[in-house]
Design a protein around this ligand. Structure first.
Ligand code: ADP
Ligand code: MG
Length: 369
């Protein structure tokens, strides 16, 4: 087990037109589950390749505990990796693929033959591929191959696991089960795990600590609770949470906050002063999560604004209602039983304490707590 520390990592691929990573620093604490969350192309796989030693860094350094491993061969790092793209050995069976890491020359005497066989079977059963041990990779579906790749990483107990979107190609039900399994394995073994995903819900539910990454840079580091409740900027606020946070450009006018040029909202003096001093008079972006919008009957002392319902998406017990207010689109999430119908006009309101505020120019959070 080890702490992973990345210091100012930069990477541009030969022939690549973009900077894949820019000055990326983070620390995965020893024994913790760290999620790297970001959209496609953000630099997640690149980060994993650099830590594993499968790509060279341009600038910066990588430490396992206090040991600088930046220029070590992959085999000398004692890290196990599962790539999203599987990279299985095509000419050998699933059993042999799973056993391969245990037979590496470096670790020849770490396990007895019986222990290796038992571990392969144990991990295969846990991942639901125990029936597939004699097959070749080409005889498997994408989801089955992905589980073999994951098993090949988990079969050993290295200093750290690097799991690159390890369950992205499983169907929804299996993915849900595997999330639970992975969290359990990680907690049982206490092995430092760096896990990448584009799925915000997956990151929020698995991580002890996480980073949101975009265009090769870190947007925010924090616990899932901090990332969700105090998003550092507009990007994080919109990327984390589903459906995305509603955002309204707003101006201060005397004691009022004029939201989206439509809704006049009298705000407490201390909030007004704080927003005025932090926003340089240029206005603020007000963010409100779809779950925090309410139908107007529920809070009576707050201003009400009218919106008309364009579309209702029923998700079992909750529904997402898409609305327009003048030309501004917004979404609300509420119990299906209470959801208005398409074409209805509804009165909406919200509690100003549940709003998030961002500088219009820099898009950074203005903390009001
Ligand atoms: P993610 O895993 O978050 O989707 P990647 O780390 O794969 O992102 O990619 C980061 C950026 O680097 C992207 O813009 C991608 O197009 C680019 N990139 C990735 N691999 C290569 C490569 N081998 N050659 C050139 N550009 C690459
Ligand atoms: Mg990737």
């Amino acid at each position: 087990m080890a702490k992973i520390t990345l210091k100012n990592l930069s990477k541009q691929y030969k022939g690549g037109h973009v900077q894949a990573l820019r000055d990326l620093s983070l620390e995965c604490a020893d024994g913790k589950f760290f999620c790297l969350l970001g959209p496609a192309g953000a630099g997640k796989t690149t980060t994993i390749k650099l830590i594993a030693g499968n790509e060279a860094v341009d600038h910066g350094s990588i430490f396992l505990d206090d040991k600088d491993v930046t220029n070590l061969e992959p085999k000398d790092r004692d890290i196990a990796v599962a790539y999203e793209t599987y990279a299985l050995y095509p000419q050998i069976t699933v059993r042999e693929n799973l056993r391969f890491p245990l037979d590496a020359p470096l670790r020849k005497n770490e396990y007895t033959n019986e222990a290796k066989n038992a571990r392969v079977v144990e991990i295969a059963n846990m991942l639901g591929i125990g029936e597939l041990l004699e097959r070749l990779p080409r005889q498997l579906s994408g989801g089955q191959r992905q589980r073999v790749a994951l098993g090949r990483a988990l079969v050993r107990k290295p200093k750290a696991y690097l799991l690159d979107e390890p369950i992205a190609h499983l169907d929804a039900k299996l993915r849900h089960r595997m999330r639970g399994e992975l969290k359990r394995i990680q907690m049982d073994l206490g092995i430092t795990t760096l896990y990448t995903t584009p799925d915000q819900l997956e990151a929020l539910s698995l991580a002890d600590y996480m980073a949101v990454i975009n265009n090769g840079s870190i947007e925010q580091l924090g616990t899932p609770d901090e990332i969700y409740n105090q998003p550092a900027n507009v990007f994080v606020a919109r990327f984390v949470g589903d459906p995305p946070m509603n955002m309204f450009e707003s101006q201060l006018d005397g004691d009022d906050l004029v939201i989206a040029g439509l809704l006049r909202y009298k705000i407490p003096a201390n909030l007004k002063n704080l927003l005025a001093s932090r926003s340089n008079g240029s206005g603020v972006t007000v963010g409100i999560r779809p779950k925090d919008l309410e139908l107007a009957t529920t809070i009576m002392d707050a201003p009400v604004f009218e919106a008309s319902v364009e579309h209702v998406q029923v998700l079992g017990e909750t529904s997402v209602v898409s609305m327009v207010m003048d030309s501004i689109e917004l979404r609300m999430k509420l119990a299906t039983q209470q959801a208005p119908g398409k074409g209805e006009n509804v009165g909406l309101t919200f509690d100003i304490k549940k709003c998030h505020f961002f500088d219009i120019q820099t898009e950074r959070r203005i903390d009001t707590a």
